[in-house]
Design a protein around this ligand. Sequence first.
Ligand code: PBG
Length: 326
Amino acid sequence: MGYPRQRPRRLRSSPALRRLVSEITLQPRQLVLPLFVADGIDEPRPIPSMPGVVQHTRDSLRAAAADAVRAGVGGLMLFGVPREEDKDADGSAGADPAGILNVALADLAADLGDATVLMADTCLDEFTDHGHCGVLDAAGRVDNDATVEHYVRLAVAQAQAGAHVVSPSGMMDGQVGAIRDGLDAAGHADTAILAYAAKFASAFYGPFRDAVGSSLVGDRHSYQQDPANAREALREVALDIDEGADLVMVKPALGYLDVVAAAAELSTVPVAAYQVSGEYAMISAAAERGWIDRQAAVLESLTSIRRAGADVVLTYWATEAADWLV
Ligand code: PBG
C-alpha cells in the first residue's frame, strides 16, 4: 500500500520512450505559410506588429517562397497588397490579371510548378477603398449576392494565374458553391477550394490589418461569426462541404480549439486551422521580452492545433518551424 500500481511516468522516463508513444505528429508538410506581396515597393517592408514578417516585393516573395519549399513547407497562402490609388469600391484590382496578387501567383507558379501547393486568399478587403470584404449596397451594407459574383471573378483570375487552391475568406453565404460553378465553367475543374468555413470576428486579426494596410472603418460583425457560437460554426462547415469545399478551415486557431475539434469530428474533408496574426504577435512580443521561450511556445502552439484535429495549420512560422522539425 502507498505505492501506485499505475505509473504513467514510466513511459516518460527516457527520450526514446517518449518518442515511441508521442501521439501527435508535427511535420513541415502540414504547415502552410501565409505571405504578403505589395505593389509599388522597392524593398521588403517590415510589419511592426509582426516582427520578422514583411510585405514582399515580387522578387523577395520569390526568394521567400523558394526558401519555404526548400524547408518542405506544405503550401503557400498568398495575400496581395495593392497601391492605395488602385483601391476602389468594388476591389477591382483583385480580379485584374495585372493586379499584384495575380502577377505574383504567376511568378510563383512559374518558379515552383508543383513543388508545393499554391493558394490564394479570395477576398475583396485588401482591394476595396472602404476595407470591407464585399461590395456595399445603397445603404452601406455588405451586399451578399453581389459580393459572391465578385468572388467568382477573383477565383477564376487566381486559377488562371496558377493558384492550385482558392480560399474564399469573406464569409458570404453561398460563396463556395458559386465559386465551384464559376471555376468549372471556366475550365478550372481541378482547382480546389479551401473554404474559410468558420471564421470568427476576432480581435486577433489586428496585426494582419496593418500587414495589408487595411482601409477598414467599422467592423465585420455582419459577416464574420460571433466568437460565442460553436454550433453555428458547425453549420457553416457542413454548408461549405455541401457546396463543394475540398478543405474547410477554422480561424483563429488557439482560442477556437474546441471548434477545430468539433469540425474535425464532423468533417468529411481535411480540416485546416489558421494561427492568425494576433497569435503570432502575442508569442513574438512575450518572447522578445524574454517572458517565454519562443521556439518551445511556437512548437507547443502548433502541436496543440494538430492535437485538436487540424490536418493542416497555417502559420507565419511555417518555414522556421519546418527547419526546427528536421
Ligand atoms: C480577409 C482575411 C483576414 C485574415 C485572413 N484573410 C482579415 C480579416 O478578416 O479581417 C486574417 C489573417 C490574420 O490575422 O493572420 N481577407
